[in-house]
Design a protein around this ligand. Structure first.
Ligand code: GLN
Length: 541
């Protein structure tokens, strides 16, 4: 069968859940036996979000192949339960970089390079690559931003062209909008939706389906009104009522028969009956009142929860699996340095320090880690959180505070976290980070070994610095165990402490591989230890 394409555009305002909708639709189709892939087209000019501030962009999501991508790819992977590829995130920056480098090479034989057709062709080439590299039968493509943004115009033009390039029977356009609620007259308004559809039409795209997000359920008459004014089938106007349970979205869309409509439009039959039992259990479990376990997330972008999206989701998955409610306390590491927010830390049964870059708030994080170690509070350190756990422990063992990662103090007497020799050479050439999937050998009989119950795992990385092997022996003598190491024995991937209920740090980012129905074993082990500390009885889903 020819690859089918579903394009998602956004109207009215941003942040209405376009990414989650695309991810959920992907799940609906996967449940019916189709091989799907999801791509995000980001209209910004950065080549990737790797260098963008988490304040601007939220978390940088890392794929198996090391691509640094938009956080929506995290939704796609978690909902559809697939591993995506770097072609699944394309930005304006990448498109222009490619076209300009071809132009410099003379590939265009002296032609004038224009948005149409050169930029749009490059966009279409990148869309086509998704189907090929992921061997997908149905490719879902989400365009970032909202219709009407100048930046997204070339992307929308490319999508418009695709309808005639590959045929109406192989393309479907879904427009995700927002119905504002006017309190004074207590009614929901469709006018902004009508306007955004008109805007979309003016660039030549007529949506086949409208997903109308609203905070309240709306009446049938409103659905009819949208269908009439926006010229779509009534059945193709899909109400999406805000739910506090993210993972309920596929079930909501299932109820509205979204997949039936899409498959019919494509002339496809479902191959297997969708089975939502596990998913429904997950949603029911989320809604069931449960005992709460308090976990402190100590970071420096805590004002913006999106900056730690995957960490929060991984904690939620683990808590759900154990039948407890996650009560996450967001603690600012720079505040800890000033002696503030310690009350939040003190009331928690587990402390987590996530990944991060740069020196702001570092000592605050180390103080939180020190507190976890001395007070025997379960601790999970992710990447930077592992590195700082090593710093804290080494300060104790070496009986001096002159211990650090060279990221924060180049002239420290004890660089327990440092660049590897080979990396020191590459740094001048630009390629500096260890990115993507790397193998990790687990030591049996350790906390990590027991949690994974495997010998070899692959985990995603995104960092420059590493554990300095010169300190392995001395720290081990005092109770540090290297429960995960690279198969060649050169890199410490997981460190943990003996004589502590649970104090473990990973050089990689386990949060990227946690899935709602398959929580990550290290997160489960950590949350379980926190529950034990709090005296909460857990169950295994
Ligand atoms: N800044 C640290 C490094 O580069 C940690 C990175 C991270 O936490 N992702 O190694």
């Amino acid at each position: 069968m020819a690859t089918k394409y579903i394009f998602f555009t956004g109207g009215v305002v941003s942040s209405v859940g376009k990414g989650v909708t695309a991810a959920a639709v992907g799940r609906l189709l996967k449940e019916r036996g189709f091989k799907v892939a999801v791509q995000k087209l980001d209209p910004y000019i950065n080549v990737d979000p790797g260098t963008m501030s988490p304040y601007q962009h939220g978390e940088v999501y890392v794929l198996d192949d090391g691509a640094e991508t938009d956080l929506d790819l995290g939704h796609y992977e978690r909902f559809v339960d697939i591993n995506l590829n770097k072609v699944c995130n394309t930005t304006t920056g990448q498109v222009y970089a490619e076209v300009i480098s071809k132009e410099r090479r003379g590939d265009y034989l002296g032609g004038t390079i224009q948005v149409i057709p050169h930029i749009t062709n490059e966009i279409k080439r990148r869309i086509a690559m998704v189907g090929k590299t992921m061997e997908a039968e149905i490719v879902l493509v989400e365009v970032g931003g909202t219709v009407g943004d100048i930046e997204s115009l070339p992307f929308l033009e490319a999508l418009r062209q695709l309808r005639s390039d590959i045929g109406r029977e192989n393309t479907l356009y879904i427009h995700v909008t927002w119905l504002p609620y006017i309190g004074a007259t207590s009614e929901m308004k469709t006018k902004p939706t009508q306007h955004s559809v008109r805007e979309l039409r003016s660039i030549g795209i007529s949506p086949d389906m409208i997903v109308a997000r609203a905070d309240e359920p709306f009446e049938e008459s409103l659905r009819e009104k949208i269908a009439l004014f926006c010229d779509v089938d009534k059945k193709a106007v899909i109400p999406m009522v805000t739910t506090p349970v993210l993972y309920e979205v596929p079930l909501l869309l299932e109820r509205e028969k979204v997949a039936e409509y899409i498959l019919k439009r494509f002339g496809l039959e479902e191959r297997i009956k969708p089975d939502w039992t596990k998913w429904q259990e997950l949603v029911d479990e989320t809604k069931r009142p449960k005992e709460s376990v308090k976990i402190a997330l100590v970071g420096k972008y805590v004002e913006l929860h999106d900056a730690y999206m995957s960490v929060r989701e991984a904690l939620k998955h683990a808590a759900l699996h154990l039948g407890v409610e996650l009560d996450l306390k967001w603690v600012h590491s720079a505040e800890l340095e000033k002696g503030r927010e310690w009350d939040l830390v003190n009331e928690c049964d587990g402390i987590l320090v996530p990944g991060g870059f740069g020196s702001r708030g570092i000592e605050g994080k180390i103080q939180a880690i020190h507190h976890a170690r001395v007070e025997k509070i379960p601790y999970l350190g992710l990447c930077l959180g592992m590195q700082l756990m090593v710093v804290d422990f080494a300060r104790e063992v070496l009986k001096t505070d002159n211990v650090n990662s060279t990221e924060f103090d180049r002239s420290t007497s004890h660089p327990v976290i440092d660049l590897m020799l080979e990396q020191k050479e590459i740094i001048n050439l630009g390629g500096t980070m260890r990115l993507g999937l790397y193998p990790c050998h687990l030591q049996p009989g350790t906390k990590a070994g027991d949690a994974y119950a495997k010998e070899l795992v692959f985990e995603r990385h995104r960092h420059r610095f590493e554990f300095n092997n010169s300190y392995r022996e001395i720290l081990a003598e005092h109770g540090m165990r290297y429960s995960g190491i690279s198969p060649d024995g050169q890199l410490v991937e997981i460190a943990e402490l003996e004589d502590h209920p649970f104090m473990l740090g990973t050089q990689f980012h386990p949060e990227f591989l946690s899935r709602p129905t398959r929580p990550h074993p290290l997160f489960v082990a950590f949350v379980k230890a926190a529950c034990e500390k709090a005296g909460i009885v857990t169950k295994q889903l």
